[in-house]
Design a protein around this ligand. Sequence first.
Ligand SMILES: Nc1ncnc2c1ncn2[C@@H]1O[C@H](COP(=O)(O)OP(=O)(O)O)[C@@H](O)[C@H]1O
Ligand SMILES: [Mg+2]
Length: 264
Amino acid sequence: MDDAALTFAEIRQEFPGPNAEPPTRVLDGISFDVGRGEFIAVIGPSGCGKSTLLQMAAGLLAPTGGTVRHRGRPVVGVNREVGFVPQQAQLFPWKTLSENVELPLLLRGVPDAERRSRVADALRAVGLDGFERHYPNQLSGGMQKRGSIARTLIYKPDVILMDEPFGALDAQTRMVMQSDLQALSREAAATVVFITHDITEAVVLADRVVVLSQRPSRVLADIAVTLPRPRDVFEPFRNPGFEAAYEAVWSRFRTQIAIGHRMH
Ligand SMILES: Nc1ncnc2c1ncn2[C@@H]1O[C@H](COP(=O)(O)OP(=O)(O)O)[C@@H](O)[C@H]1O
Ligand SMILES: [Mg+2]
């Protein structure tokens, strides 16, 4: 019996080097579970293999060693039961917002009328109703990101994988998106694996923060964040316990990043 939504068990990954150069060892035995309904943030230095790990959960890449299990079953080949929001919002520029958002339903053969009502629901959920006929280049970066999230939520994936989804947004838009994601994920009791390099974002959103080390990366710490919900994402320092949780993550993370002398 495996109660976890997602299990990473002793995951290793090496990529072949160019020409005769030795392979790059990226992941060096990563193990952690994601419980059903849990919101996990994964934080780690640039290039440590965070995106690589998510691709494995989506079944887009087979690990060199170890196993990813989804609800107890090994992920082999593309995993259509998980939703994947990649780093760059990738709405098709030649399709309208609603055409983009309905795509996963088309691929699954959902009938016309149901498609229309689910597109309307999904767009409303991310605050984009009224923009159905707009093309991606007529939307702001934040709106495109919302569209990308709507396209993922629309088929009610069992697990939502998000790879630094708000990294490219301006600070205000990011906070609004964090707030909306908190509400959406609570409402849907969603299981989320959220990659970020932002400690505040990790602490304010997650139930647990997994800290990865530099390449070849291992799990440095797995920290429970027990701040009461809903949390204030706009003034994160107002959440009781925020400072202690931030410090717990930072004290592990800081050992992995290069810091100039004056920062000590
Ligand atoms: N397909 C690939 N072929 C070769 N090397 C890769 C490939 N994908 C990723 N890498 C290497 O693996 C490391 C981790 O990449 P990535 O998972 O994107 O890191 P992160 O998301 O943590 O910044 C990097 O050094 C990158 O160059
Ligand atoms: Mg990445």
